[in-house]
Design a protein around this ligand. Structure first.
Ligand code: GLN
Length: 281
């Protein structure tokens, strides 16, 4: 394509380039909105508007990177989570809609007026910690990650939201929090089985393996966190874990073995068992 073009024609062209993606039309729109710095909705109101030649050039280069499989969120550097636009990059997992189930479940355990101490383990882009800190301004959120580059992203995301009730710390799970105790510990750990063949497919192949690969059966980190959290929970405190659709029975069993009580599992919006949580007496 050379010279200016109509939005509608450009989107049709891009969609054809992207037909390997099962979200070709959406991807085409998100990338064009990003290049033109306008909300996607304007394409429906003004499909006949012209796009300038230089913007088309930038757009087509993004479309071709997307056509080669690179995730849209890494191309735009943005992903919406819990109604907040977050910066993401290749050091952070791309926040998933199902993780909103973890936020929702956590919020039910954090009364609005209470000033609780909350820990987000493996914060990545800060998605979970920021959502909780925004919804519960009276509570204090500590967010840790072992990857320094992730913390830089998470910190920038929190600053953009002007949150004063969140702090960040580099730590390998609890390694740098030896004596800290919390009312709520929340974690979206790596839980994908290390033998999962899909690691080489789709968006996931560009995401940090450390945030996804949960070792044997996907349970290595969870097997560590359930007992390790005991020393870091106040009496009555809750541990909440996101997990794979078939892992709830193993995690419930692990909670029982470690004398947690009120053990529960919650389904995500797709109806998959996604979050298990329990408390300590
Ligand atoms: N839900 C993610 C996926 O299947 C996994 C996220 C994780 O391991 N924490 O792609």
């Amino acid at each position: 394509m050379t010279g200016p073009a109509r939005i509608r024609d450009l989107l049709v062209h891009a969609q054809q380039q992207l037909n390997d993606s099962d979200s070709a039309r959406l991807d085409a729109e998100i990338l064009l909105a990003f290049v033109m710095r306008v909300p996607r909705e304007t394409f429906y109101a003004h499909p006949e508007d012209m796009v300038a030649a230089d913007q088309i050039c930038d757009y087509l280069s993004l479309v071709s990177r997307r056509a080669s499989g690179y995730p849209v969120a890494y191309l735009t550097g943005q992903k919406e989570f819990w109604s907040t636009e977050l910066t993401v990059n290749q050091h952070t997992l791309i926040p998933r809609p199902e993780t909103e189930c973890l936020v929702e479940t956590s919020l039910e355990l954090i009364p609005e007026q209470a000033g609780l101490d909350i820990l987000d383990l493996g914060t990545g882009s800060g998605a979970i910690a920021i959502a909780i800190a925004k919804e519960r301004p009276g509570s204090q959120v500590t967010a840790v990650d072992v990857v320094a580059e992730s913390l830089t992203v998470a910190q920038a995301n929190a600053s953009r939201q002007r949150l004063s009730n969140i702090r960040f710390l580099q730590s390998d799970w609890f390694s740098d929090l030896p004596h800290a105790v919390f009312d709520i510990i929340v974690c979206n750990p790596p839980y994908v089985d290390t033998r999962y063949r899909g690691f080489t497919d789709g968006d996931i192949r560009f995401e940090p393996r450390i945030a996804l690969d949960g070792g044997h059966l996907g349970l290595t980190i969870i097997n560590h966190l359930v007992p390790a959290s005991i020393r870091h929970l106040k009496p009555g405190g809750y541990l909440l874990l996101e997990h794979g659709y078939d892992q709830a029975p193993s995690i419930q069993h692990l909670f029982k073995l470690n004398n947690y009580r009120n053990i529960r599992t919650r389904c995500d919006y797709a109806g998959q068992e996604r979050v298990s949580y329990a408390c300590l007496s």
